[in-house]
Design a protein around this ligand. Sequence first.
Ligand code: 4AD
Ligand code: MG
Length: 478
Amino acid sequence: MGPLQIKDILQTSPESQSVTLKGWVRTKRESKNAIFIALNDGSTIHNIQAVAEPGQFSDELLGQVTTGSCLKIEGQLIESLGSGQAVEVKISDIQVYGTADPDVYPLQPKKHSLEFLREIAHLRPRTNTFSAILRIRHALAFAVHKYYNDNGFFYLHTPVITASDAEGAGEMFRVTTLDLNKLPRTEEGAINFKEDFFGREANLTVSGQLEGELGAMALSKIYTFGPTFRAENSNTTRHLAEFWMIEPEMAFYELEDNMDLAEDFVKNVITYALDNCKDDLNFLQNRLAEEEKNKPQNERQIPLLEKLSFVVDNPFERLTYTEAIDILLKSKPHKEKKFQYPVGWGIDLSSEHERYLVEKHFKKPVILTNYPKEIKSFYMKLDDDGKTVRAMDVLFPGIGEIIGGSQREEDYEKLLGRVHEVGIDPQNLWWYLETRKFGTAPHSGFGLGFERLVLFVTGMSNIRDVIPFPRYPKSAEF
Ligand code: 4AD
Ligand code: MG
């Protein structure tokens, strides 16, 4: 099964046994008595130190051993003579797989800005920061599947290409094979999509929910975990044009059950990261502390691990949208006209309002429920007052909305009424509406933005830094 990984070699007790290392050089340091090579293969944040004697290898070979070059090293695993590591490797042979000319290789052993690293996204996984993020991202994805599997959910693969707009927000990327320079026209002069690949207009999905509901109406509890696409022109640190979403959908769950699941689920996956990503989280915590040194004391965040434990250990605050508006109306920033956007019943909360509630007022994650129907999607179950819907948004410190969900309208007539009200052609959703005709059931679900979760757990500040190859306006390199 391939060579031993550096992660495992570092845990092995040294008995001068032969080992083979394969990885990329992080640093090479030469002293009078020895040459030290720090090698990393991405299996762990820690490098392994390999040591050669002066004169043991030709200058020509050693000249090829530079930061970024890829090596195979053979040697003996011994107790480390230096401090800082338990074991090291006494080198007997070096084979260079690939050189990295220091005059042009952009990743040198010094601090690079995150903006610069975004421009070299093909190489940034080789940095400590990004390899730590990618390992944590993997652990969180694994924890998501484990959580749902352990709790009786089935992973449902919903389509990436769809003909419907699940969120009704119209922020979709078109999928077509038509020749844009020679568009087929109808007699009326409109584009004739009948001649397109699917014989109709098609888009990349904004959510797997509608198909997820079809699954829940048969398997009871399903979840999706796939890429979703939004063409909203939001150039923010919280939005991507391509992001991954986890969407559980459950028959026989009401709004309260939905909230319980959402809270238990995020706490569970964060706990998994705390238990399984200690080294990487410690590294990121120290990195953040280093950055915060320049900030005044009162603006510094609490240490990353403390923040994560706090979220896991404390119940989320639950309140209605109407109660939240009352709090905002009585708040200092509102009275002192410090909010950029106005507050009043009916507004779509902006991130400054959400962050006031979470970071200033409650100082913990918050679940807001029962929003006005006008600012939420057509599929949400209407409350008895006819004004609000059984929606729930989970808001996190430093992030804002991390989860959006609701109990779904299961009544055929009421749902059809909402479809007409918001101007959707029911013909396009006939299959979705039929679930309410045939054996309908109360059901609920939500969507967790995976990158927003990774952002929270890693303590990074820009969502473009927690996905390997980010997609955002004017950027689809790599
Ligand atoms: O609130 P949203 O739009 O809800 C839905 O799509 C529902 N269909 C979910 C459901 O009930 N099954 O999106 C859900 C979450 C948000 O809370 C946010 O975390 C994330 O998806 N999200 C984004 N993440 C990154 N970039 C974007 N442009 C995002 N838009 C939404
Ligand atoms: Mg939302």
